[in-house]
Ligand binder design. Structure first.
Ligand SMILES: O=C(O)CCC(=O)C(=O)O
Length: 270
């Protein structure tokens, strides 16, 4: 991997346009172009490669989650396939430097409605979808296992390479963050049941989120999303972080409160 020789420094707006804000409010997700420079991507990829080659912990293995397609145990064939490099924040300063930039914090302030905090207990990882043993993730809302005063968090998903349906890219169901769901529409682990008739219209409206390096995907913590397996021979990697408004704290004693959080510098939106 060679370092990029130039990185065009352009002033990026710290704001989403009114159209982008309206799309995010309606759909629960938004793809933004050109927000991650080649140089930042290079540093993020280096940190990812270091983590995978070490491997440098903490990591989550596919065998730990047992999702469809994952090896049955860590000692089985493919059992050492990594699913996530956890604690991305501590792996390289590039991640925190990047999320702290005005063009990122400003957008987060707009959608969250005030000062932005980055919880380190959720996501804060590099998702790796590896060939052969990378698993499928069924339809879920990230908030299902989180405990905050309000379900008003957003994720930023930074693709480190191209993401398509073929290499296990994400699918989303637009607008699902604005609805409520009867308990029987979800299975025991709170995944959306694909055999429930009431869920069919939702499942039929799924969208494959195609991403390229430089893109940034923002999605609401209640937006149903899923991902398939990686049918290529190249590992797909994406850095993922979660954000909340300062006034939306984790419930004391919960897993959401189990790690420190970062208060991001305020963006100047004037
Ligand atoms: O890449 C995937 O399989 C989806 C991951 C995901 O949505 C999650 O872990 O919340």
């Amino acid at each position: 991997m060679t370092a990029p020789t130039t990185d065009v420094v352009t002033e990026l707006s710290p704001r989403l346009s009114p159209d982008e804000l309206a799309c995010f409010a309606r759909d629960g997700y938004l793809v933004m172009k050109g927000l991650v420079s080649e140089n930042d991507l290079h540093l993020m990829r280096l940190a990812t490669r270091r983590g995978l080659e070490g491997p440098i912990g903490p990591v989550e293995y596919e065998a730990d989650v047992r999702y469809p397609g994952a090896p049955p145990s860590r000692t089985a064939h493919g059992g050492e396939t990594i699913r996530r490099l956890k604690e991305a924040h501590g792996r390289d300063p590039v991640f925190t430097e990047w999320v702290s930039r005005p063009e990122i914090v400003g957008r987060l302030e707009q959608v969250l409605g005030g000062r932005v905090v980055m919880p380190l207990a959720h996501h804060n990882c590099i998702m790796t979808k590896q060939p052969d043993f990378g698993s499928e993730t069924n339809w879920h809302q990230d908030f299902r296992y989180w405990s905050f005063a309000r379900p008003e968090l957003v994720n930023l998903w930074i693709p480190l390479g191209h993401e398509t349906e073929r290499n296990g890219g994400l699918f989303v169901i637009p607008g699902t963050h604005r609805q409520t769901y009867a308990r029987e529409r979800l299975d025991e682990a709170l995944f959306l049941r694909t055999d429930h008739p009431d869920n069919q219209p939702l499942l039929d409206s799924k969208i494959s989120v195609e991403l390229e390096p430089g893109d940034l995907l923002m999605f609401h913590c209640l937006t149903f999303h899923a991902a398939g397996r990686n049918h290529t021979q190249t590992t797909k990697c994406s850095a993922v972080f979660t954000f909340r408004n300062l006034s939306n704290p984790p419930q004391p004693g919960s897993r959401s409160a189990s790690m420190p959080e970062l208060l991001l510098p305020a963006a100047d939106l004037s």
